[in-house]
Each structure stands twice: as C-alpha cells, then as structure tokens.
Write a protein that binds this ligand. Structure first.
Ligand code: UFG
Length: 342
C-alpha cells in the first residue's frame, strides 16, 4: 500500500514543489494549508503537473489544535513535512508575538497529534539562518548555531530543539529529520508553479524577476562593500526542484527505518557560493536582458557570507543538487512570464 505524507503549508512555494516530487516518487500526499500567505494557484499547478485531480486538499490552520487532530484522525499519516509557518525576517522583528505564536503553536499541534496517533515520521523545514554569520565556511551540520538575529530565526532554532526533545522522549515512536535550507530559488521547469510573493518581495530572485518584467522600477543591491571578492554578499542558491527532491530522500529514509540516529540533520545546499552581483549578471546573460539596478546601502541583519558543506546529504541521503544556476534562473524568468500571461 502507498504511504501517505501530510504536507503542512503544502500550497506554498516549497510545499507545492515537494508535493510534485513526492507524488512522482509514488507517495500519496495530503496537502493542508490555511492559505494565509498564498492562494490556490500553485496547488492547481501541482494537479496539472502530476495529472492528478484527486490530491486531497484540506484548508486547515495548524494553530487550531482540534482541526490538526481531526486531520490526523481522517488520514493515516505515515510522515508529516511541516512547512506551515511565517517567513518574513523583517516582519518577525515588528511582530514577534505573531511569529512565536504561529510558528511554534502550529508545530506543537502537529507534534501533539503525531504523539496521540502513536508515532510518526516528522520532517521539519529549517533554515541556514540558524548558523548566523559562521566563523568557518562552508558550514557543516556540526557548525555551532549562532544566537538568532530575528524572531523568525529564533522560531527555527526553537522548533529544531522541540523536535529533538520530542524524538528523544518518544521511545522510538517519533523520528525526525531537520533539513536546513540555504537560499531556495527558481521554479518548476513546467512554469506552472513557483514563488508568489505578496506585495514587495523581500528576497532577491523574485525582486529580480519582477524588475525584469516591469513590476518594479529598479533592483537595489544591498551593499557592495562587504569583504568578499566583488563586495556583495555570498549565498548558496539552491534550485527549488533539487531542494524538493531532498525531501523525498529524507522521507524515504525515515519510512524505511534507515536512520543512524532518531533525529538527523542535513544541510540542503549546493556547496557553491554565489555573490549577489554574480547572480544578477547570470540572470541577465541567460535570459538575454538588461536589469535596472543600483547599489544601495547594506540591509540591516544581512550576514556577509554563508554556504553549505552538503557532504552529509550527498553521502548519507544520496541526494545531490543537479541543476545549474543558469537553468534555475531561466526557470525563475519563465515563471514570472507565466504569471504575467506572456
Ligand atoms: N538582496 C539584495 N536586494 C534585494 C533582496 C536581497 O541585494 O532586493 C541581497 C541580500 O542583501 C542578500 C542576498 O540578496 O545578500 C540574498 O537575500 P535574500 O533576502 O534573498 O535571502 P537571505 O539570504 O537574506 O535569507 C534567506 C531566506 C531566509 C533564510 C535565510 C537563510 O529568506 O528565510 O535565507 O540563510 F532564513
């Protein structure tokens, strides 16, 4: 019988790409989302890509304990991938209570429901933000976590700890994997799903594509006086489809009971640092257009450089990032054009 994976926040950017890959790998998927930060566009795209009109969609707010409980009672959940969370760093500084309440509350409800059903495999979507500005690069999973610089980052660290403690106390009933994402970018090659930021994008690539299409007048490059080769910040940009595939490897590892420890951590990155300026130039080159940009002051809270050592994911999970940055930037542009109806 097919195993069932619950994807919380499954209508969003990462969740929709993960759903496509899980279905492709033969899993049944239950998509649940409260649609607080997305609409049904990506879920409709998922149905088209997979040719599956029958994927269950549940409009659920995971902060509602009873609704979460009911979801676990309705389906036999073999694994849950938890994405449902707020993710804007700046907003989290302005509204910490909202962020702690939503991001911790929803995850606690998921864990409580998992405990109540007698156990579950739990994959938590964490972030490279837990490493802060690392002393040594690239970062391995053993690199020390730094104090969080925003409530958003703090919720990621806290949820990591909560899962570790829950797994430890469960006597083997709950297994956990923490995936620490670096900078996910791009879109599905079909251009039917991708990133759909509300309002002015905070992240670099949506801002680039929206500038290219004419929705934004000018991209600001935040700082060119960092101690890096070209003065702009270095990040590890990971293709969204590659990132989604890592989830399939991780879920399968949990399902097949192949874990070395009951709670494991993997960096999901390419191991390749790319500067903001290099990314902008590559976008222009591969898509044959000129971008209107200017150098602006540094953005408060930005780290100079962070990129992954993905060796553990490569060797233990057997996963590796495959798409080139050029392919990824092409897909981001195709998605933006698809949104504009071009
Ligand atoms: N940048 C610009 N102009 C923009 C937007 C971003 O120059 O308009 C620069 C930033 O200063 C930074 C780089 O592009 O140097 C990447 O910025 P993003 O906002 O795209 O991504 P971050 O690295 O700041 O943060 C991302 C996610 C977080 C996550 C973090 C982990 O947004 O959720 O990676 O490293 F926590």
């Amino acid at each position: 019988m097919k195993k069932t994976v619950l994807v919380s926040g499954g209508a969003g950017f990462i969740g929709s790409h993960v759903t496509v890959e899980l279905i492709g790998a033969g899993y049944e998927v239950v998509v649940a989302d409260n649609l607080s930060n997305c609409d049904m566009t990506c879920f409709e795209g998922v149905k088209k890509i997979t040719g599956r009109d029958d994927i269950p969609f549940e409009k659920v707010d995971f902060c509602d304990a009873a609704a979460t409980e009911a979801l676990f009672a309705k389906y036999k959940i073999d694994a849950v991938i938890h994405f449902a969370a707020f993710k804007a760093v700046g907003e989290s500084v302005e509204k910490p209570v909202l962020y702690y309440k939503n991001n911790l509350g929803s995850f606690l409800n998921v864990l409580e429901a998992a405990e109540r059903q007698g156990g579950c495999n739990v994959l938590f979507s964490s972030s490279a933000t837990v490493y802060g500005q690392p002393e040594k690069l690239p970062v391995t999973e053993e690199s020390p976590r730094q104090p969080a610089t925003s409530p958003y980052g703090a919720t990621k660290q806290m949820c990591e700890d909560i899962l570790q403690d829950t797994v430890k106390a469960s006597g083997g009933k709950i297994k956990g994997i923490l995936l620490r994402y670096f900078n996910p970018i791009g879109a599905h090659p079909s251009a039917l799903i991708g990133e759909l930021p509300r309002g002015v994008p905070n992240n670099l690539v949506p801002f680039i594509t929206q500038t290219a299409i004419g929705k934004r007048a000018c991209l600001s490059i935040f700082g060119d006086d960092y101690p890096t080769p070209d003065g702009t910040c270095l990040r590890d940009y990971i293709d969204i489809v590659d990132l989604a595939k890592a989830h399939v490897y991780a879920v399968t590892r949990m399902m097949e009971g192949k874990m070395d420890e009951p709670c494991e951590i993997f960096n999901v990155g390419t191991g390749r640092p790319v500067s903001v300026m290099e990314l902008v130039t590559a976008f222009e080159r591969v898509n044959g257009l000129k971008l209107n940009y200017k150098i602006a002051p540094r953005r408060p809270g930005d780290v100079t450089a962070v990129w992954a050592d993905p060796t553990r994911a490569n060797t233990v999970l057997g996963w590796k990032a495959e798409r080139t940055v050029e392919e990824t930037l092409r897909s981001a542009w195709e998605w933006e054009k698809h949104l504009a109806g071009k």
